[in-house]
Design a protein around this ligand. Structure first.
Ligand SMILES: NC(=O)C1=CN([C@@H]2O[C@H](COP(=O)(O)OP(=O)(O)OC[C@H]3O[C@@H](n4cnc5c(N)ncnc54)[C@H](OP(=O)(O)O)[C@@H]3O)[C@@H](O)[C@H]2O)C=CC1
Ligand SMILES: O=C(O)[C@@H]1CCC=N1
Length: 280
């Protein structure tokens, strides 16, 4: 069931890049700007939000208790402090959503509750920056206190800026982070390298950019729409003894699959380190 505008009151705690991405999909569609309360210490950031018609504050205040959903979009390094500051205004039906990389839902539930009674109405999720153009990819996991209504609400909120999948548990969010949270940066790096290589072969930077971007767009669309696996689609491009085979031989020889495995493992490992450093 769609969320009615009047029904959704949302607190964005941290008003930076990701909060902006989320709001771009929600304001005017799922909720009114006036029902969004943004907490951010940065004056320029608050002015930007005020111009959109949201309410703002430099620090958590009583207006939080009027918000059904709290969306934490601050850096992992400040999560413990910020979550604890918000705690006095928690209501029994507050749905807490966190996108902070590495920070386990269990830590947030401790900060919001007590050792005896942790607060478990929490969804931990990992969106990505294409959410800015409603093409995001989000993985989500819920803690024990989240019921079907909350799950539907969380899914609808993140679904307003792209696709959503649920993963088995909170720990799997570190893998989501390593694949799709950080993933756009891998794609941009690949694009940068392909454009540079094209220029080296004599194309103008604009031609190389257009060719590289068009190719990524077409290839990902094809992979999305085709029943065939990426491996089969790759084979169809690769004529025996042809140009693609020559290029792929270099990728294999230089160990591209292994580089990808190591890079994704490093990102997941870093998520674990962030948890150890900032979850006490
Ligand atoms: N960028 C990405 O691709 C993704 C990021 N994430 C996660 O999202 C979270 C936010 O990232 P992102 O939006 O990129 O970061 P930003 O730095 O753009 O946004 C964070 C905002 O929080 C503000 N802030 C700092 N301290 C506080 C505080 N005490 N209370 C409220 N707000 C505060 C910052 O202000 P100031 O700038 O003045 O410090 C900034 O405006 C991170 O935890 C990150 O791990 C998740 C998915 C993808
Ligand atoms: O780099 C980071 O830590 C964040 C999380 C995923 C994308 N950006």
């Amino acid at each position: 069931m769609p969320i009615m505008k009047q029904e959704l009151s949302l607190a964005l705690i941290g008003g930076g890049n990701m909060a902006t991405a989320l709001a771009s999909g929600l304001i005017g569609r799922r909720c009114a700007a006036a029902d969004v309360h943004v907490i951010d210490p940065n004056v320029a950031t608050r002015e930007r939000w005020n111009a959109l018609g949201t309410t703002t504050a430099a620090a958590p205040d009583a207006r939080l208790s009027g918000c059904r959903v709290w969306f934490f979009a601050v850096k992992p390094q400040v999560m413990a402090e910020v979550v604890r500051q918000c705690r006095p205004w928690l209501r029994p039906d507050t749905l807490v959503i966190s996108i902070a990389a590495g920070i386990p839902g269990e830590a947030i539930s401790r900060w919001l509750g007590t050792a005896e009674q942790p607060y478990e109405r929490i969804v931990r999720c990992m969106p990505n920056t294409p959410a800015l153009i409603a093409s995001g990819m989000t993985g989500m996991a819920s803690l024990g206190g989240v019921d079907e209504t909350d799950r539907a609400l969380a899914e609808e909120l993140l679904g307003a800026v792209g696709q959503v999948i649920w993963v088995r548990d909170d720990a799997a969010i570190d893998a989501v982070t390593a694949v799709s949270g950080s993933g756009p940066a891998y794609v941009f790096l690949f694009l940068e390298a392909l454009i540079e290589a094209g220029v080296e072969q004599g194309l103008t930077p604009e031609q190389a950019r257009q060719l590289a971007l068009g190719t990524f767009h077409g290839a990902t669309q094809l992979a999305s729409l085709s029943p065939d696996s990426p491996a089969v689609l790759r084979e169809r491009v690769t004529s025996k003894g042809g140009t693609t085979a020559a290029a792929l031989a270099v990728f294999q020889e230089r160990g591209l699959p292994d580089i990808m495995r190591q890079a994704v493992a490093a990102a997941a490992r870093r998520a674990g380190e962030l948890a150890r450093e900032f979850s006490n």
